[in-house]
Design a protein around this ligand. Structure first.
Ligand SMILES: Nc1ncnc2c1ncn2[C@@H]1O[C@H](COP(=O)(O)OP(=O)(O)OP(=O)(O)O)[C@@H](O)[C@H]1O
Ligand SMILES: [Mg+2]
Length: 164
C-alpha cells in the first residue's frame, strides 16, 4: 500500500492561498519537508511567505526566492529553510552541492522546484503542485505522507472549510 495520500485543492484567491499557507505554517514541526512544484509564477514563493508568517518569521527581511543562493534560512517559531532548486538540473547535481544534508536540519524545509532533486527527497514529505487556472485561481495537487501528515491535513482542510 502506498504511504502517500493525494488530494486536489482549489485556492480560488490570493487571500485563500495566504490563509492556507498561514495555517500550514502554524502546523509545521521540526523535521517537516514541504515540497512546492509548479510553473513560474504559480505561487510557490507566495505560499512560502504565508507559511513563514504562520511560523512567526519576522516580516523583515522579507522571504524571497533564493534562486541564486539556492537556500535561505529564517528564524521563526522553529527555523525555516527555504530552498529554490530552479537552477539545478538533476538530483545528481543536488547531491554534488551537498543539498541532502540540509533537508535534515532541525527545522522545517520548504523546497521550491523540488522535482529537480526528486530522487533524493525525504520520504516523509508533503508535496504541493500548484497550477495556474485563472488569474487568481490555483489548482493544487497534494500528496502527503500518511503517517507524517494525515491528521494535520484533516485539521488544515477543516480549518479552512475546504473539502478535498
Ligand atoms: N491564488 C493565488 N495563489 C498564489 N499566488 C497568486 C494567487 N493569485 C494571484 N497570485 C499571484 O501570482 C504570483 C505568484 O508568484 P510567485 O513568485 O509566488 O510564484 P513562484 O511559483 O514562486 O514562481 P517562480 O517559479 O518564478 O519562483 C504572485 O504575484 C501572486 O500575487
Ligand atoms: Mg518562487
Amino acid at each position: 500500500m502506498s504511504q502517500y495520500s493525494t488530494a486536489n485543492l482549489i485556492l480560488n484567491s490570493l487571500k485563500k492561498t495566504e490563509e492556507f499557507g498561514f495555517l500550514l505554517g502554524k502546523l509545521v514541526r521540526l523535521g517537516d519537508i514541504i515540497c512546492l512544484d509548479g510553473d513560474l509564477g504559480a505561487g510557490k514563493t507566495t505560499l512560502t511567505q504565508a507559511i513563514a508568517r504562520g511560523m512567526d518569521v519576522p516580516a523583515e527581511p522579507p522571504v524571497t526566492s533564493p534562486s541564486f543562493a539556492i537556500f535561505h534560512e529564517y528564524q521563526g517559531r522553529i527555523p525555516l529553510y527555504h530552498f529554490d532548486l530552479y537552477r539545478l538540473h538533476s538530483s545528481d547535481e543536488a547531491l554534488a552541492v551537498g543539498l541532502e544534508e540540509y533537508f535534515y536540519l532541525s527545522g522545517c524545509a520548504v523546497i521550491e522546484w523540488s522535482e529537480r532533486a526528486a530522487s533524493i527527497l525525504p520520504e516523509k514529505r508533503l508535496r504541493l503542485e500548484l497550477r495556474l487556472a485563472e488569474t487568481e485561481v490555483r489548482d493544487v495537487f497534494c500528496q502527503y505522507h500518511i503517517q507524517a501528515w494525515a491528521a494535520r491535513w484533516r485539521n488544515l482542510t477543516e480549518g479552512l472549510g475546504i473539502s478535498c
